[in-house]
Design a protein around this ligand. Structure first.
Ligand code: AMP
Ligand code: ZN
Length: 488
């Protein structure tokens, strides 16, 4: 395991050497989506940054418990009048859980399309109401929350007497007051910067639970505190999310955790930067966004054509996760060319011949790849090194450079690890005409082997070929014209 990984910690605003709380293990929590509408490409970027980070930890050999929640209750609308899920349920005349199911399924389908690894645990807010009620009771008992008219608020000023509310977002309490919107129901609060741990449910509010303070629903910030504690402990290694969640969401998470357990919950806070469109943040509320489905079909006024999921992923990985990335058709077209150049070089590897000496320093190149990733997951630098490998491969192919079989093995292993395991790109039929032809010829070879087995009445072998292919997502279909295949 590489020991010199450094991570930019938003809590200290410096790059720090990563030292997990428990050697060999990583506990990572990332705020998940609020499932009241389709995710846009901006949301996908943040989740993709953490997918890459998760993949790199796995590649380094860590045992990672990656928790990414689903917010299915408690996230208030921008005017804070109501919960987002309940509002949508009322508008669409559906059960809140139908809204949740519809957009959770959409979220999972999109992430699968982009080749995300599923997290280890994907807990929901509604599945942890009891734990949230317990946490509120603890905070009340510790004198840091108060009850008004069936709602419970966190007492920020009281907390700030001993702790620093604003430790993460680098605000002092006066800034926090200024930056807190005047919210509906504020008249209930002692101070405007106090935030809801539990909200009384008005009669028209659909999502509602019994509590010691009356019928209501939990505040959004609390679910993340409760679920991260439950699955990762009172203190864990990494907490991630988009930059825009730093304040108030993550600031409130710290305050709640300290109020409950008297300990700072997170060692490394990590924040991904925004995806913009025409220079402005992609957002659901403003309509300034592109949906993943539109990327694939090209059906959006900002796009001249459709792009594959892997090309889109490559486009995102070309930027550092902490940099703003502006989406444009030109940038996608350039990414498509770069992606193709990379995949063409990979397809050339089986055709390379080896020599008894190398003119290329593969070890040195490999070290540079690790150095890039160990420097706060610097994927753009990694990609620059991968393009050095593309150059080597083309030169070796043209007989202008030489490589030993040992070095070639190392080159193949390293390039495959970074391109597929860490960056999560793929070189499949969707991306490359050449790959389609190769896949077809390989599957046709299996079909012929299966036909021969069937002619010999070797049903066991014929079934094994069919089942093994199916397990890899390649389905054989026997028809009058012979056997054809389809992909999952
Ligand atoms: P939400 O479902 O609104 O809670 O957002 C889910 C995640 O997407 C959060 O981590 C946000 O920070 C992130 N996010 C929202 N808009 C963008 C954007 N334009 N670029 C990158 N991440 C975003
Ligand atoms: Zn959260």
């Amino acid at each position: 395991m590489t020991q010199n990984l450094s991570i930019y910690n938003s809590l200290t605003n410096t790059k720090e050497l990563f030292k997990p709380l428990k050697e060999g293990y990583v506990g990572m929590y990332v705020c998940g989506p609020t499932v009241y509408s389709k995710v846009h490409l901006g949301n996908v970027r943040t989740f993709m940054s953490f997918d890459m980070i998760y993949r790199y930890f796995l590649h380094l050999g860590y045992k990672v418990r990656y928790v990414r929640n689903i917010t299915d209750a408690g996230h208030l609308t921008d005017d804070a009048a109501e919960d987002k899920i309940s509002t949508k349920a009322r508008l669409e005349q559906l059960e809140p859980m139908e809204i949740v199911q519809k957009y959770t399924v959409d979220f999972h389908q999109i992430l699968e399309r982009f080749n995300f690894l599923p997290p280890s645990i994907e807990p929901t807010a509604t599945g942890h109401i009891l734990e949230q009620i317990e946490a509120i009771q603890t905070i009340i008992n510790n004198g840091l929350a108060y009850v008004v008219n069936g709602s419970v608020y966190f007492d920020v000023l009281k907390y700030n007497e001993k702790e620093h509310y604003g430790i993460l977002s680098k605000r002092n309490i006066e800034d926090a007051i200024e930056n807190t919107r005047v919210l509906d129901g504020q008249s209930d609060k002692k101070n405007p910067q106090d935030f809801a741990l539990w909200k009384r449910a008005e009669p028209e509010h659909i999502q509602r639970w019994k509590s010691p303070w009356g019928i209501g629903f939990p505040g959004w910030h609390l679910e993340c505190t409760v679920m991260s504690t439950k699955y990762l402990g009172e203190a864990f290694d990494i907490h991630g999310g988009g930059m825009d969640l730093k304040f108030p969401h993550h600031e409130c998470e710290i305050a709640q955790a300290v109020a409950c357990h008297n300990t700072a919950p997170v060692k490394y806070w990590m924040h991904g930067n925004m995806l913009t469109l025409n220079g402005k943040k992609m957002a659901k509320s403003t309509g300034n966004n592109i949906l993943p489905g539109e990327i694939f079909t090209g059906d959006n006024k900002n796009l001249s054509k459709g792009f594959s999921a892997s090309v889109t992923r490559f486009f995102m990985m070309q930027a550092h996760y902490r940099s703003v990335l502006d989406f444009s058709n030109e940038a996608l077209l350039a990414a498509e060319k770069g992606h193709q150049r990379l995949m063409d070089a990979l397809n050339l590897i089986p055709k390379l011949s080896t020599s008894n000496k190398s003119t290329i320093e593969v070890n040195l190149w490999r070290d540079k790849c690790y150095q890039a990733m160990n420097d706060d997951f610097n994927t753009p630098i990694l990609i620059a090194h991968l393009f050095d490998a593309v150059k080597f491969i083309n030169l070796i192919h043209d007989g202008k450079e030489y490589i030993t079989s040992e070095d070639l093995d190392l080159l193949i292993k390293t390039i495959n690890a970074f391109v597929f395991d860490v960056l999560g790109l793929n070189n499949n039929a969707e991306n490359s005409g050449q790959a389609t032809t190769q896949l077809e010829s390989v599957v046709n070879m299996f079909i012929e082997m299966r036909n021969a087995a069937r002619a010999d009445k070797d049903w066991a072998l014929s079934d094994k070929i069919r089942d093994d292919l199916a397990a890899k997502g390649i389905y054989l279909k026997d028809g009058k014209e012979g056997t054809t295949f389809s992909l999952k």
